[in-house]
Ligand binder design. Structure first.
Ligand SMILES: Nc1ncnc2c1ncn2[C@@H]1O[C@H](COP(=O)(O)OP(=O)(O)O)[C@@H](O)[C@H]1O
Ligand SMILES: [Mg+2]
Length: 203
């Protein structure tokens, strides 16, 4: 049962967007997926409450006081959303259970600098988890995108793709929905940008 942790110490970079859409993808595939959230802001948990029962089900993964309970029998996939400023014991706890860590990163020097010591920390304490970066709100035909790719490859990490800046994510989130809940023809362009990440996650 893969546990996928979405982390970046900077706020507003797209952690909850990745976590909710990834959980939505597994749900659409008919998996028994749980979505957990150790952020005090509880973005992902609040989002789950907005989700219509008519959409593919995502179970809430309850995490009390940082203690991560065993998932119920039959759970096949677990996604964990994490807060800004994740470090110390909470980071260790999350890393202990992670099989994969996805780090959303925007293509700006401020975002890169804010993420640098976090990525270095993950690499220094290399656990069993695979680490991958996803470019967030990135126009791939820009120099900033090249710089992001260069920076990540210098660390020896894979770039799992780039998601464009689009209101689709904002609007879907407000409905408790994900790209995978739209008719395929409406989500085509954005869904295609997830291919590499999804292949990496399922490997
Ligand atoms: N690719 C994107 N295009 C446009 N808006 C985005 C994108 N990804 C995230 N957002 C928006 O940016 C804001 C911050 O994203 P969020 O996922 O909440 O970040 P975090 O969990 O890291 O704080 C949210 O309003 C979200 O809807
Ligand atoms: Mg969040």
């Amino acid at each position: 049962m893969p546990v996928i942790v979405v982390a970046n110490p900077k706020g507003g970079v797209g952690k909850s967007t990745i976590a909710t859409n990834l959980a939505g993808y597994f749900a659409k595939q008919g998996k028994n997926v749980m979505l957990g959230d150790i952020d005090v802001q509880q973005s992902s948990r609040s989002w789950l409450r907005l989700r219509s029962p008519s959409l593919p089900a995502i179970a809430s993964w309850e995490i009390a006081e940082g203690t991560i309970a065993k998932p119920p029998k039959g759970t096949t996939h677990m996604v964990l959303d994490t807060p800004a400023g994740l470090d110390g014991k909470r980071l260790q706890d999350a890393m202990r259970i992670a099989d994969k860590v996805i780090v959303p990163l925007q293509a700006s020097i401020f975002d890169i600098l804010a993420t640098q010591s976090f990525l270095q920390n993950l690499l220094n304490h290399r656990s069993k988890a695979d680490i991958g970066v996803i470019g967030m709100r990135v126009n791939i035909r820009t120099r900033a995108a090249d710089q992001l790719a260069q920076y990540v490859s210098n660390l020896g990490l894979p770039v799992l793709g780039y998601l464009r800046d689009t209101q689709n994510y904002v609007q879907l989130a407000a409905l408790g929905a994900t790209l995978w809940d739209l008719a395929p023809s409406r989500a085509e362009k954005d869904a295609a940008q997830w291919n590499e990440l999804l292949q990496w996650v399922e490997r």
